[in-house]
Design a protein around this ligand. Structure first.
Ligand code: SAH
Length: 248
């Protein structure tokens, strides 16, 4: 007997169908069905309880199957509010952090404006946050400096068929000049300062969110007020992997 993955809970699962005349099409390409959907709905309820309000962010997190982005051995913990290892010494950010960061940068944009807006993510990692971003913004670009993770994210994201998400292999400190300017930028790794290239690649009125610091880190929210001015707000303490230079 194959072991039931823990997220299946006690839900009855139909026996696999015998080969029919026509191939059976899976409704859910992830193949995990109802129980993982229930786990995800519970996760999103917890996000609501801690104050995440943005309906589009919450809906995106109902849709994106986080268990597909972590190692199979950790999949049972995919819907807990924890950061988990994704290999290469990196981690997937915890759901509450993903939700808060996206909510912060998307806040000034109406749903209609979001549909026409482009977001940049620095630090694709396993690709989870990139998938959520691509469900909130019309266009999403995500950069990763580790070739192995860039490829891993590509594999993880294939089944989701997000045609509005572009993955770039490169050093995110440089931004993505060929796709700039951006309506929003989310940095998923902590540096000592916000790279100038990212500040330059913001549209006027755009928001950027980034963890800053080494031993102590805090989320920094930046809004570009005009061509020469950016306004900074320091938010909560956080814990992210470091923002490094170059590619590897
Ligand atoms: N966004 C991910 C979190 C990834 S962890 C999620 O959905 O959970 C942060 C990632 O940033 C790591 O994969 C790390 O390799 C990457 N990173 C660090 N410095 C970078 C840089 N300069 N450019 C691009 N990616 C970088």
């Amino acid at each position: 007997m194959t072991r039931r993955p823990p997220w299946l809970g006690s839900l009855p699962v139909a026996a696999p169908r015998r080969a029919a005349a026509a191939p059976v099409r899976l409704v859910n390409p992830t193949g995990l069905g109802l129980a993982s959907e229930r786990a995800r709905a519970n996760m999103v309820d917890s996000l609501r309880r801690i104050g995440v309000r943005d309906p589009q962010v919450l809906e995106a997190m109902v849709q994106v199957p986080r268990h597909l982005f972590v190692e199979p051995a950790l999949a049972s913990r995919a819907y807990e509010d924890v950061a988990l290892p994704i290999g290469h010494g990196q981690t997937i950010s915890k759901p509450s952090t993903v939700a808060r960061m996206i909510e912060m940068v998307a806040a000034p944009l109406s749903p209609a404006a979001r549909a026409g807006a482009q977001v940049l993510e620095i630090g694709t990692g396993c690709g989870y946050q990139a998938a959520v971003l691509a469900r909130v913004f019309g266009q999403a670009v995500s950069v990763e400096r580790l070739r192995g993770l860039h490829e891993q994210a590509r594999g993880n994201l294939r089944a989701l068929r997000l045609s509005n998400l572009r993955l770039v292999f490169g050093d995110g400190n440089l931004g993505v000049p060929q796709a700039a300017p951006f309506d929003a930028i989310v940095v998923a790794a902590a540096g000592d300062a916000i790279p100038d290239a990212l500040l330059e690649q913001m549209k006027i009125g755009a928001r950027l969110i980034a963890p800053i610091g080494t031993t102590r880190q805090a989320l920094h929210l930046v809004e570009r007020v005009d061509r020469e001015q950016w306004q900074l707000t320091v938010l909560d303490a956080v814990r992210f992997v470091p923002l490094r230079s170059g590619t590897s």
